[in-house]
Design a protein. Structure first.
Length: 453
């Protein structure tokens, strides 16, 4: 029995101490977040976990996939309704499903950690969000869930109209080859998620994108569950681009798209809890919020941070970090103030200009994707440029370029900070191109497909 218990330890990500226990590597004699992860993370360990399938069966990935499978069976994509055209009926139903799943999941962790705490090792003891902080986080969380819902509706429409090919369930179930490929994709999704997150996250820390987009997420140096999806809508767009890469380029089952989105949507919840003694507690990412320029990846992609010198093994002083950033969010966190910046309020002139620009691109996208195709004489070109390409370029590249423009007038720091010392034809250029490839280009291609009448 003890051997079986040892083998099942960490099954579905649950530690031997239970749902509200700590990972086996945590030193209980040290303050929360101060146990070094140097020996527990690395390329060899990531590869071993993947080869032994521990990344799927002995991690939270198993729980998220179970939720995906249940949602796919109980709430399938309504391709028949989508084929008839855009309608509030099927779009609202899909949105209600996504909001319900997300709200129940996030509310559970908020309730057991902040309303009636069942965990006790908080990274910053005695510091809790105010009602205003919660309103701030839930507002941007809601925008993220809304974008998730509308993205699923958009893809459903593309499948239903034959614009994007897919593998129907009937074909899938009748083909052993397709079932084997589906199983492979299911196992690869967490790996792809980790790689995409690293490059997208590091891309979002380039000053011109960070100042107007990613900084919103970093208002919370001591996050709580709803902070996980508390992002600027442009960051949601880049973050959710992860789901596009297999689906719009390869013929996949819709189950894969849903699996990626459930993973994207739910994983940030418990991972931003602010505690270290519960299921999916994530010291690695908490250190990123606390120390800022480090730990761009997840624990499974920590080897990339280790290789590029941006790995921090714990809170407090680090013997592993070799990056340029020397500032410390711990010293600026306001003592017992959870987040002095995490409130809804008026924006500065440059941020308001950026908000207006993003709002205008949203209106353009809605017109090109929903209104224009249903017009008696749809607009097909803007001058020599096809309408789909023009709007897709505006939505995918416009916010990045506009942020760079604003930085020239409203920011004294280099638009490349904190990577301004890196060579453009070198590490900076590599990461900029990699970020563009994994999170900007797919959005552009998705926009072309969606906005071409």
């Amino acid at each position: 029995a003890s051997a079986l218990s040892g083998w099942l330890e960490d099954f579905a990500g649950v530690s031997k101490d239970g749902f509200f226990g700590m990972a086996g590597w945590v030193d209980r004699s040290k303050p929360p977040g101060h146990t070094s992860q140097t020996e527990t993370l690395g390329l060899d360990k990531t590869v071993r976990n993947i080869m032994m399938l521990r990344h799927m069966f002995f991690s939270p990935n198993l729980v998220w996939f179970a939720i995906t499978l249940a949602a796919y069976i109980l709430f399938p994509y309504d391709l028949e309704a989508a084929a008839k055209g855009w309608s509030m009926d099927w779009v609202a139903k899909r949105t209600a499903v996504i909001f319900s799943i997300s709200f129940v999941y996030y509310s559970f962790f908020f309730a057991v950690l902040y309303v009636k705490p069942l965990a006790g090792r908080k990274y910053r003891p005695g510091v809790f969000p105010t009602f205003g902080n919660i309103c701030h986080d839930m507002w941007y969380w809601s925008l993220g869930v809304l974008q998730w819902s509308l993205s699923e509706c958009a893809m459903t429409r593309l499948w239903a109209t034959g614009v994007v090919p897919y593998i129907p369930d009937r074909e899938l179930l009748s083909s052993p080859v397709q079932l084997a490929l589906l199983a492979a994709w299911i196992l690869l999704v967490p790996v792809w998620r980790d790689m995409h997150f690293y490059f997208t996250h590091r891309f979002s820390h380039i000053r011109s994108l960070y100042k107007y987009v990613h900084a919103l997420h970093h208002r919370n140096t001591d996050p709580q569950p709803f902070s996980g999806l508390c992002m600027h809508p442009i960051e949601h767009l880049l973050y959710f681009s992860n789901a596009l890469v297999p689906v719009i380029y390869l013929r996949c089952s819709p189950l894969i798209y849903m699996w990626i989105f459930i993973h994207l949507g739910l994983a940030p919840g418990a991972g931003h809890s602010g505690y270290e003694d519960h299921w999916q507690a994530d010291q690695y990412h908490y250190v990123h919020h606390s120390k800022f320029e480090c730990n761009y990846g997840s624990p499974s992609s920590a080897w990339l941070d280790q290789f590029f010198g941006t790995f921090r093994e714990k809170l407090g002083s680090s013997g592993a970090y070799t990056g340029e950033y020397k500032d410390d969010y711990d010293s600026k966190s306001g003592g017992k103030v959870w987040s002095a910046q995490g409130y809804l309020g008026l924006q500065s002139v440059d941020h308001m200009a950026y908000t207006c620009f993003v709002a205008s691109t949203t209106v353009a996208l809605f017109w090109a994707a929903v209104v224009n195709p249903q017009s008696a004489i749809p607009v097909r070109n803007i001058g020599p440029v096809p309408i789909g390409q023009a709007v897709a370029a505006l939505v995918s590249h416009g916010p990045i370029l506009f942020g760079m423009l604003l930085c020239l007038f409203y920011d004294r720091m280099s638009w490349r900070w904190p990577f301004h010392k890196d060579r453009i034809i070198g590490s900076f250029g590599f990461f900029a191109v990699a970020g563009w490839l994994v999170c900007v280009l797919p959005v552009y291609h998705f926009g072309v497909l969606l906005c071409t009448p």
